[in-house]
Design a protein around this ligand. Sequence first.
Ligand SMILES: *[C@@H]1O[C@H](CO)[C@@H](O)[C@H](O)[C@H]1NC(C)=O
Ligand SMILES: *[C@@H]1O[C@H](CO)[C@@H](O)[C@H](O)[C@H]1NC(C)=O
Ligand SMILES: *[C@@H]1O[C@H](CO)[C@@H](O)[C@H](O)[C@H]1NC(C)=O
Ligand SMILES: *[C@@H]1O[C@H](CO)[C@@H](O)[C@H](O)[C@H]1NC(C)=O
Ligand SMILES: *[C@@H]1O[C@H](CO)[C@@H](O)[C@H](O)[C@H]1NC(C)=O
Ligand SMILES: *[C@@H]1O[C@H](CO)[C@@H](O)[C@H](O)[C@H]1NC(C)=O
Ligand SMILES: *[C@@H]1O[C@H](CO)[C@@H](O)[C@H](O)[C@H]1NC(C)=O
Ligand SMILES: *[C@@H]1O[C@H](CO)[C@@H](O)[C@H](O)[C@H]1NC(C)=O
Ligand SMILES: *[C@@H]1O[C@H](CO)[C@@H](O)[C@H](O)[C@H]1NC(C)=O
Ligand SMILES: *[C@@H]1O[C@H](CO)[C@@H](O)[C@H](O)[C@H]1NC(C)=O
Ligand SMILES: [Zn+2]
Length: 720
Amino acid sequence: MPRILGSLVLLGALAYACQRDWDALHRRMHQHNSHNRHAKRAEVEYPPALSEVESILVNSFDNKSISEWSHYYTHGDHLGSHNKTMAEWTAQKWRDAGFDSFLEEFPIWVTYPEHSSLTLIRPDGTTHEANLVEDVLVEDDTSSYPNVIPAFHAMSASGNVTAEYVYVGRGTRADFNVLKEAGIDLKGKIALANYGAIYRGTKVKNAQDNGMVGCIIYTDPLDDGEVTEENGIQAYPNGPARNPSSIQRGSVRFSSLYSGDPTTVGWASSKDSARGNVSLYNPSIPSIPLSMKDALPLLAALEGSGVSAKEANRSGWVGGFGNITYDSGPTPGAVVSMNHLMRGSIEPVWDVIGVINGTSPDEVVLVGNHRDAWVIGGAADPNSGSAILIELANAFGKLLAKGWKPRRTIILGSWDAEEFGLQGSTEWVETHLPWLTSTAVAYLNVDVAVSGPRTNFAGSGEIQSFVLDQMKKVLFPEGWGEFPTLYDMWYNVTEGSISPLGSGSDYASFYQNGIACIDFGSDGGKSDPVYHYHSNYDSYAWMSRFGDPGFRLHTAMGQALSLLLYHISDDVLIPWDLPNAATVLESYLAELNETIVESDFPNLDLTPLEDAIAEFSEQADHIATIASQAHAFNDTVLLGVVNAKFRDFSRGFASAGGLPGRETFKNVISAPGIDNGYGADVFPGVTDSINGGKEDAAVEWIEKSAGAVRRAAEVLRVGS
Ligand SMILES: *[C@@H]1O[C@H](CO)[C@@H](O)[C@H](O)[C@H]1NC(C)=O
Ligand SMILES: *[C@@H]1O[C@H](CO)[C@@H](O)[C@H](O)[C@H]1NC(C)=O
Ligand SMILES: *[C@@H]1O[C@H](CO)[C@@H](O)[C@H](O)[C@H]1NC(C)=O
Ligand SMILES: *[C@@H]1O[C@H](CO)[C@@H](O)[C@H](O)[C@H]1NC(C)=O
Ligand SMILES: *[C@@H]1O[C@H](CO)[C@@H](O)[C@H](O)[C@H]1NC(C)=O
Ligand SMILES: *[C@@H]1O[C@H](CO)[C@@H](O)[C@H](O)[C@H]1NC(C)=O
Ligand SMILES: *[C@@H]1O[C@H](CO)[C@@H](O)[C@H](O)[C@H]1NC(C)=O
Ligand SMILES: *[C@@H]1O[C@H](CO)[C@@H](O)[C@H](O)[C@H]1NC(C)=O
Ligand SMILES: *[C@@H]1O[C@H](CO)[C@@H](O)[C@H](O)[C@H]1NC(C)=O
Ligand SMILES: *[C@@H]1O[C@H](CO)[C@@H](O)[C@H](O)[C@H]1NC(C)=O
Ligand SMILES: [Zn+2]
């Protein structure tokens, strides 16, 4: 019997490290629409009218070329630090288009499994040995490549443990609490958690914090919406349902505490830089990812033992296997033997940088995508983004060939080692921080440009209205429903909600240093082909048959990204909507207020933050008026003043020092939730303090956050 699932659960399940955060988005759609300026669907001109330059850019995108770039990127091992040739190839492609391109190398801490095995031993002595790599499929050439990458958790600890195991649902703190309250002894046992809802490393941390000695995380069909074999849909490669042998690799670093190389947290990594101890930032127990096929016997062996699913009564606890009870266990005598030996070393990684100098070199616009993938393929994550960046470079090449020069300097970044923990981008930002702080106007991130048709983005308040305007100019491909433009698809997915930024991809270090950012991409919904996230089947074969046959979603995403880059780099006035930035702050304040009202400290006084946001709002309205006048009268001096303020004001948000216990997170507006790891908390200094039970610290962080907002407002102030 197919299970009927609420859409909240379905969207909540689709939270990917390298993607937009559906869980947070959906929460906002339901709770905060009244605060959201974009909640009303805008009228869209159709067909869109484009300027001559816009037409050149948009028409330059060719699905055939994009499929060629995709094919190149998805046919070779390019795990972080594994493939310098691919970096050089990328630099050459950008060079051919007219960019000045070069590699920057960073030595970083990487981990790789030397040996990994997982065996179930049932009470009757029978055993089941898990396969830690996907099945080879003749229909999918890269599933049988030499050097295929085994399924592992980067930054996992080594360990050789044999113990009884307990099913812990999603592996949230609340899930563990339910088990403890029911009297289940967790100490010395192994946790079996399903993927979904929160970041995988947080599940491992929760297991570790409860005295458990190992952690297994598996993919449950629950996360596949309506497209499941249970619902009679064929599995990949014969159909769009999940291949049961697919495994989600991923990093289990403590992502809400730091980004980048865990041996150089807070400073740039170089050959002779000082290095710290990684144990603060990574788990101390071994963890291993598992396919649904190999999790099934583990779940079955727990039937009838421990806490029943009904007693647990936790969201995401009962998964999608109709014949599994999802009892917690442990079952006496049912043990798992995990033998996991990780090797750690310092290895070089290569970022590719492409530059077009602008006529105003003290204003810089950056676009970036990571290049490294968990698997030989990586057709969606991240190389859908890599393929469109080459096509974007070629589109700008057409303008350069006509003698065009951007007003602002354009930088393209192809980051290495994102998957281990945003290493390539973070070390680059740390290396160039003083220059970025004084020149960066915005950083546009594209990671998974396409893993399905549902367009979405997260981003800073000032940039949102502009992004929507550009999406209205791009035609949405036919075959995915009646959506004339990208904007129409976006609105259908989000109902106008835009999430704040957490730390799911390479924008994190830019944003945490007060640089305006967006994270732009698209993924699948509950009825779209199942995307084999971080699995061998995130391949060219899957993409060209199921994900984006014809590569026309790639085309649309690339066209939109080009328009974003073109306008921010060349418009006379940086296209920010400051009044919207103020509205967004007000909506985050309301959200914080809800957190406070429901917390142990409902009487916390938010007045300082309220006043600071009111001041910000006043300066925002004022500079918006000045900006439109300067623009209308072509007052170049005043335009220069306004542009500098638009570039600089958001540095104020990062001016209050590091958040408690995670000093490299500095943006007082949003940061990844400590206990979630994907989704962002707003005013995280305050939220962290409340969650940590520290009222004095909460009061202090209301003041500090207010101070940061006031400094941003002060930068915006024009005249006296
Ligand atoms: C690097 O990637 C390219 C393109 O995918 C591939 O041809 C090459 O074999 C890879 N190099 C290594 C060392 O795996
Ligand atoms: C793991 O532990 C088992 C049992 O204690 C032992 O037989 C085996 O040699 C160990 N393996 C490694 C690689 O240490
Ligand atoms: C790092 O810290 C851990 C835990 O405190 C300690 O066991 C380990 O020896 C340290 N490693 C180094 C290389 O100092
Ligand atoms: C299950 O939990 C929900 C809240 O999460 C609660 O409303 C409901 O009463 C609980 N059901 C049982 C049977 O305890
Ligand atoms: C449960 O159903 C799956 C198919 O959904 C099947 O492969 C498996 O053998 C069944 N397991 C048990 C324990 O009955
Ligand atoms: C771009 O500007 C930088 C800094 O002024 C300079 O070093 C570089 O040579 C310029 N590149 C080109 C291609 O003109
Ligand atoms: C999204 O599109 C579907 C299919 O066309 C439609 O049923 C639904 O109402 C739309 N939702 C929104 C919010 O526009
Ligand atoms: C490009 O799109 C056209 C339809 O617009 C399609 O016929 C063609 O097969 C696509 N090319 C590739 C390489 O997918
Ligand atoms: C916070 O919420 C309370 C209760 O809903 C409300 O009275 C108060 O005005 C809110 N304060 C802010 C700053 O939104
Ligand atoms: C604005 O003024 C600048 C400098 O005086 C000039 O080069 C430019 O052409 C003017 N733009 C418009 C649209 O008039
Ligand atoms: Zn990614």
